[in-house]
Design a protein around this ligand. Structure first.
Ligand SMILES: *[C@@H]1O[C@H](CO)[C@@H](O)[C@H](O)[C@H]1NC(C)=O
Ligand SMILES: *[C@@H]1O[C@H](CO)[C@@H](O)[C@H](O)[C@H]1NC(C)=O
Ligand SMILES: *[C@@H]1O[C@H](CO)[C@@H](O)[C@H](O)[C@H]1NC(C)=O
Length: 468
């Protein structure tokens, strides 16, 4: 994954800040109780409320209030708008009253508050970037600003929508599969998941991106008059139009790497709910995995070419077959059709491969399946933080194979006592512009077949068996 190590370095620096922000939320158990999901049954996704689906605007407003707590929630009641800038990765504003959003050729979008809502500090113009990577200047350079304007003369409506708007960007790092899921789809799920129906208003719109995830997005928007509205685009012409909505969330809630934290707003949402949601969106099988005795379990093996390539992939695949797997090797090109690839992964017992964005496909695995991650030299922390911990939180089995220094091509370029081999942390501390080209982009791996065989046998052992 391209940005892993940068996140790693930043993450370590920001961790205390994140904790401070999180602790200030001051969650009480009483609040938590009220935000629990209503589930009809294990297989049905009913994170949405039935009333909201019936179009109850009051209900939608109540759901929106749950996105904030404490002072911000009081502000939302008094001023009918609250803006949160204290979250570690995202800024967002919520208004429970009407807005007009100007779509058009301009890179930025403008949101007019049209019911006398008062911005924080009586400001007339509040700007935010609706992509949850606010500490990353590269991501922000690729994200359009949104200006929220209070108390100005407002243009008249060209299109009147009856459900709330959820405004976000598909700029930033969208286009990389990890970031598509982590920075966009999970945050949209956290923000809009219970608000159905809502209108997903996209800035930095790219046709290929929205087409790729159309089924997931339309499922999130949830029918009725709900739709995907293009507010701005760097690549396609956007017709100038004023869209009117009864309420809006501008920007997205964000929790953590491939994570939904049930104890922070919206409250009670877990990554398992997201997994269930994405399986439902793509009509993937929802029953837990079970492999009958004697059946060869399917190992979907992600092949990398450009960086972190497995140099003896052919031998590794032969050995996996010997151990008893039915192996399907997939290239990045084969992953472009998300829906087709998701269907393949959903039939697999194991998703395996080198640390990288492809690991994110674990969201398509069935409960009880195994994620097998090969961790290149110096990337242990990133491997755990980005994929290892989320896999466990999702209810998957997780097996990790850490390459030894002699299995990495870095040992061809550096003497054993060099800090790159002897002390990776001393390199990570110098920042991603130093460590990224070495560990993330600068090594390939040749696995020790005898040692990896042990990991394959352990993986086999972890696959749940169906009683015969
Ligand atoms: C709001 O502020 C931005 C700069 O921060 C500016 O570009 C934009 O024109 C302003 N909008 C209005 C309506 O004042
Ligand atoms: C979820 O957030 C709470 C703070 O509200 C924090 O204490 C906890 O560590 C977080 N959980 C995870 C798994 O990060
Ligand atoms: C890496 O980036 C930092 C700032 O983020 C800068 O101070 C440093 O000089 C850069 N190092 C290299 C080798 O470019």
């Amino acid at each position: 994954m391209a940005k892993g190590s940068r996140r790693l370095a930043l993450g370590m620096l920001l961790l205390p800040l994140v904790y401070a922000a999180v602790l200030r939320l001051n969650v009480s158990p009483v609040q938590l109780g009220r935000f629990q999901l209503h589930r009809r049954g294990p297989a049905s996704l009913s994170i949405w409320s039935d009333d909201a689906a019936g179009g109850g605007l009051e209900h939608a407003r109540m759901i929106m209030r749950r996105l904030v707590r404490g002072r911000a929630r009081s502000e939302l009641s008094w001023n009918r708008v609250a803006c949160i800038t204290s979250d570690s990765e995202s800024d967002f504003c919520i208004t429970s009253d009407s807005v007009r959003i100007v779509a058009g050729p301009s890179r930025s979008a403008t949101v007019y508050l049209t019911a006398g809502q008062k911005l924080p500090g009586g400001a007339a113009n509040f700007t935010l970037q609706p992509y949850p990577r606010k500490t990353d200047s590269l991501a922000m350079a690729r994200t359009a600003p949104i200006h929220i304007i209070s108390g100005a003369a407002t243009p008249s409506c060209d299109v009147v929508h009856t459900s709330p708007a959820v405004v976000f960007s598909t700029g930033g790092f969208a286009g990389n599969f990890f970031h598509d899921i982590n920075d966009v789809l999970i945050p949209v799920f956290l923000t809009a998941g219970r608000l159905r129906p809502s209108n997903l208003v996209v800035v930095d719109y790219e046709d290929y991106w929205v087409s790729k995830y159309r089924r997931v997005l339309t499922h999130l928007a949830g029918g009725g008059d709900a739709a995907i509205v293009v507010a701005s685009s760097p690549s396609s012409p956007v017709e100038p139009r004023v869209h009117c909505f009864p309420a809006a969330v501008v920007g997205l809630k964000y929790h953590d790497n491939l994570a939904c934290n049930a104890t922070v707003p919206p409250g009670g949402v877990t990554i398992r709910d997201f997994r269930r949601f994405i399986h439902e969106s793509l009509s993937l099988p929802s029953d837990p995995l079970g492999t009958a005795a004697g059946e060869r379990p399917l190992l979907v093996f992600l092949s990398r070419r450009k960086s972190r390539a497995l140099l003896n992939e052919g031998d590794v695949v032969d050995m996996a077959r010997e151990v008893g797997f039915n192996v399907e090797v997939v290239t990045p090109e084969m992953m472009r059709d998300v829906e087709a690839f998701a269907r393949l992964v959903a039939t697999a017992s194991v998703l395996g491969g080198m640390h990288g964005a492809g690991m994110t496909n674990m969201v398509f695995l069935r409960m009880g399946a195994v994620l097998l991650q090969v961790v290149p030299w110096g990337l242990d922390w990133a491997a755990k933080a980005y994929y290892g911990r989320p896999a466990v939180a999702m209810g998957l089995e997780y097996v990790e194979y850490r390459v030894a220094v002699e299995e990495s091509t870095l040992s061809d370029y550096y003497p054993p006592e060099h800090p790159v081999l002897a002390d990776p942390w001393s390199i990570h501390r110098q920042g991603y512009n130093v460590s990224g080209p070495i560990y993330t982009d600068g090594q390939n791996v040749r696995l020790d077949l005898a040692r990896f065989k042990g990991t394959l046998l352990e993986t086999m052992h972890r696959i749940p068996r169906r009683p015969s």
